[in-house]
Design a protein. Sequence first.
Length: 114
Amino acid sequence: MYKQVLIVREDLGMSPGKLAAQCAHASIGAWKRSGRIARSVWSVEGEKKVVLKVKNEKKLLELEAKAKKMKLPCFLVRDAGRTELPEGTITCLGIGPAKEKVIDKITGSLPLLK
């Protein structure tokens, strides 16, 4: 099974619309960095996505480093600064699509965004 995980910083207090846009950027960015086979299998399996949260930028950057170390496709979103946040604010991290068991080694203990 394949999935994609989107991890959002909860300390920024983004509006629901802003948060959704940042997750969309993370999803597409990580998808573009994944391999053809992973994209294909993920698509056939229904494109599972899970949205999780972390407390701050430091934790998000730690997760990005772990994903890169494991050679997982990932994309870190930096806001353009046109609406709610200053330019360059790191908001979200997308990981995958990749094998669920591998992604879970990095993100399995994170809480769902509710």
